[in-house]
Structures are given as C-alpha cells and as structure tokens.
Design a protein around this ligand. Structure first.
Ligand SMILES: Cc1ncc(COP(=O)(O)O)c(C=O)c1O
Length: 466
C-alpha cells in the first residue's frame, strides 16, 4: 500500500508545494528555475500578491464599507510587484520622492496615494501636492508650516493628514516599533489640537483630510491597532465638536504580521517573546472590529459613516509571496565542535533583517524538499564578516543555532529561504562586490517573467566615476 505523504507544515496548497522532491512555486519547479536563471534568485508569485490584497480588502470591507488598502511600497517596490498590486485593486503608500515617482509611473491615481516620511524635502512635498495625492501624512508642526509654504508657492492646496505618535507599545522588535514617544515619528498627542488648529487656519494652502497612526511592523496582537484607532477617533470627534470640521479618512497604518514560524521544530530554541512575534497571525476583520469597539464609535455613528478607513500593509501583502533561492557553494567540518558548515551564495546583503533584527526565515532544501529535514547544520552566507550567518552569533536566542536540512546536504544543493517577499529585495546591496541577483515573477498565467535582471560586474562600477 502506498504511504500517504503528510503535507509539510510550510506548505501552502496551490502555492508552495513539492513535485518529485522539488519545491514548486505556483507549480513551477524551483530547481529548473535556478538552473535557468542562476542563483541567488528572488522568486515572487503574482497570484499570491493578488490573493493577499483581495483577502484583506474583503475582510475589512465586511466590517466597514469604505476602505483603502494602501500597500506600503517600501516592503517591495519592484515595478512588477507594484503593477501586480495595482491590477489587484490595491492603493499605495510611499515614503520618498522615489517611491512616489514609481507609484505615478505604474499608474496609481492621486486619490490612491498616501505619503509618509519623517524628513520630506520641499521637492518631495511639491511633487506630492502637484499630483494632488490623497494625503501627505504630516510628521511635525514644522512640516505642516513647510507644506503650507510649498502649497502657496505653487498656488495649490495640499491634502494632509496628521500623523499622531500615540505612545503605544507592541510585541514587535523594538527597531520596528514606531508608536512610541521615544521613536522619531509623528506629532505628539499634546500637539495634535494645535496641529489641527493651524491646519484649519491655513485653509488657503491646507486641506485637512485625515489622521494617521502606524504602531510598527509585525504587530502580533490586535490591541495596539485598537488603541491607535481609538486615539485617532478621540481627536476626530473632538475636532468635529469644536469646529464642525469632518475628517474624510482615518489611517490605521501597517503592521499586520506574517507567520514566519509555521514550521520549525527548532522554534523552542527561539526566545519566547520573539517566537510569539514571529508566529503571529491576525485576522484583519477582527483587528478592525476590535478597533471600532475600542473607540466606541457607535456614539458618533454618523461620523463613521462618511469616513474611509485606510490601511497601509506591506509585509502582509508581499511577505509570503516570495522566496530566495540559494545554492550551497562550500562545505566544511569542524572536528573541534562537531559542526558541519554549509556556505551559501545568499548572505544578509540579500535579506538584511536577518542581520539587523535577527529575523527568522525558514530554510528548506528546494532540491530535496520531501526528504526528512532532521540533520543540524551551521549555515552561513558568503560575506566577509562573521555576522553573516543564519543563526544568532551573539547567542541572543533570537535564531536557532542550527538549521535542519536533509542528511548529507552538500555543495550544489539548492536551498530556499521562505517568506522573503518583504524587506529583502529593496534592501539588497552590492556589498563585497556581489551583483544584486535577478528576480522572477511567476505570473497568474503560469509564465515566468524576469522582473529584475541580474546585475553584472559592469553594473558594480556603473555609478562610480574615476
Ligand atoms: C508609516 C508606515 N506605514 C506602513 C508600513 C508598513 O508596515 P508593514 O510592512 O509591517 O505592514 C510602515 C513600515 O515601516 C510604515 O513606516
């Protein structure tokens, strides 16, 4: 009798599967892909991006009919990814003039764009006003004056929202928390009424349309979102009662998490707090319900009715749509420690969070995906510093000490770092003279499209002048 093979815990039916012992993405064999395109290789799924957007939208629309899903393009601003987002009905969040340029080039409409940033230049503000975007999220009283000045200089009104820093702590990594008074973001609660007042006084230049809060990335529970929403709601109601001015949108930011730990027998090695954060799964519907409940919106139901609720998810839209294929290039045994080391062609220059936040990306064998992953290896990238390893060198228990792979994994084997769709390609660098790898998109049609060509050695010198 044929033995039933149990699905791998990391498996995503219809998306991430195996065939003949090889890992497949939307039915495309990753081993063949790596042979054709070389490694390292970023692989993205267009279908998964679209599915994530549609899922998010329908989940939150079931709670409130007017929403905007402004994809945080910093998570991955490759043009083909932005195009996939736009075609799936997403809107966009940008954080620089460059991201605004990309959004415009892809064809996002002005009413689909919100602009964040702690140190916007006059040029960036001018571009945003000229295009007439939905909201420049104002980060300080100074920036409000600056925006009014720029608007007057081009005789156009700027649509603005005020970014509030609410002093809300989350269970995420400290480097990813943005709602604390000790962080660099937003206008302090004690200055919000002043900001609203000044914005209304500058009517000739400023169109005050919204309030904004972003509590941080990979937020593992609904409470911070709920508290953030309630904080904005309080200001919105008070503004209406004092002045009769209605905001048209309230922006709850990004931060919906991705589960990075769906499969790791070594999770116990990871610090408990870290584990909870990396393993988080939040139902967006529940998040929004909790927010409306916390704010007691029923008291002013009429205000809610005219309001658009904006979300700025980045990670949740692209995190699980991509993986990074890497090849084992070298192997060594250390008799003194008993360890076997696998040296790959993908280091932290291709997945910066691995070094910066000791981020856990699950590693599997793509060429022997169905084999038992039970043998512990030390795994490291090709870069010249000791910190370029797939474990926590400082022994902070933020990553497991070993990665489990099939027995006798060796030079030439293809490995895959899963869930690397967000905050990887955009942060990639040429450090150590390593050209930035190619990226491919598996299209909904099944076609494989190169969405970023592999850099050459010549590209390494291209911008230098000598
Ligand atoms: C203002 C703002 N909005 C949205 C995001 C996206 O966060 P995430 O990718 O966790 O959804 C970020 C990320 O740092 C951000 O700074």
């Amino acid at each position: 009798m044929r033995e039933e093979r149990r699905p791998h815990p990391w498996q995503v039916p219809g998306h991430l599967e195996t065939r003949a012992d090889h890992l497949t993405v939307d039915s495309i064999d990753t081993v063949k892909l790596a042979e054709q395109q070389g490694t390292p290789l970023y692989v993205f799924s267009e279908k998964r991006i679209a599915d994530n957007i549609r899922y998010l939208r329908s989940a939150v629309e079931s709670v409130h009919p007017r929403v905007k899903i402004c994809y945080a393009s910093k998570a991955n601003s490759n043009m083909a990814v932005l195009d996939a987002v736009r075609r799936a009905g997403g809107e966009i969040e940008v954080n620089s003039g460059g991201e605004l340029f990309k959004a415009k080039t892809i064809g996002f409409r002005p009413d689909q764009i919100v602009f964040n940033g702690v140190s916007k230049t006059e040029e960036e503000i001018r571009d945003a006003i000229e295009f007439g975007i939905l909201a420049i999220n104002i980060d300080s009283l100074y920036e409000l004056e600056q925006t009014a000045r720029v608007a007057r200089s081009i005789a156009k009104r700027a649509n603005v929202a005020i970014r509030i820093v609410p002093e809300i702590i989350t269970g995420s990594h400290i480097g990813l928390q943005t709602g604390l008074l000790s962080s660099k973001f937003g206008v302090s609660p004690s200055q919000i009424e002043e900001a609203f007042k000044r914005a209304l006084e500058a009517k000739d230049a400023i169109n005050l349309t919204g309030a904004h809060i972003h509590v941080g990335s990979q937020t593992p529970d609904p409470q911070p979102f709920a508290l953030a929403f309630a904080e904005m709601w309080k200001f919105l109601v008070s503004l209406y009662k004092k002045t009769g001015h209605r905001l048209s949108h309230i922006n709850i930011g990004g931060g919906l998490p991705v589960n990075y730990l769906s499969d790791t027998p070594m999770a116990d090695e990871i610090d408990q707090r870290e584990r909870q954060m990396l393993r988080a799964e939040l139902d967006p519907q529940q998040v929004l319900k909790a927010a409306l409940e916390e704010a007691c919106v029923q008291g002013e139901a009429e205000l809610l009715e005219g309001l658009t609720i904006v979300f700025e998810p980045g990670r949740r839209i692209v995190g699980d749509t991509g993986l990074l294929l890497t090849r084992v290039c070298n192997i060594k045994h250390r008799p003194e420690t008993g360890d076997t080391w696998l040296l790959t062609d993908a280091g932290y220059s291709l997945a910066l969070s691995m070094a910066m936040y000791k981020w856990y990306y699950h590693l599997i064998s793509a060429s022997r995906a169905d084999e038992a992953h039970v043998t512990p290896f030390k795994v490291a990238g090709p870069l010249c510093d000791s910190g370029d390893v797939y474990f926590d060198l400082e022994r902070g228990a933020r990553l497991p000490n070993y990665r489990l792979l099939p027995e006798q994994t060796n030079v030439g084997d293809l490995l895959a770092l899963l869930n690397t769709g967000a905050y990887t390609l955009d942060q990639a660098s040429q450090y150590n003279g390593r050209p930035i790898p190619a990226a491919v998109m598996v299209k909904e049609t099944g076609e494989i499209k190169v969405i970023r060509r592999r850099q050459t050695y010549e590209d390494l010198c291209m911008q230098d002048v000598w």
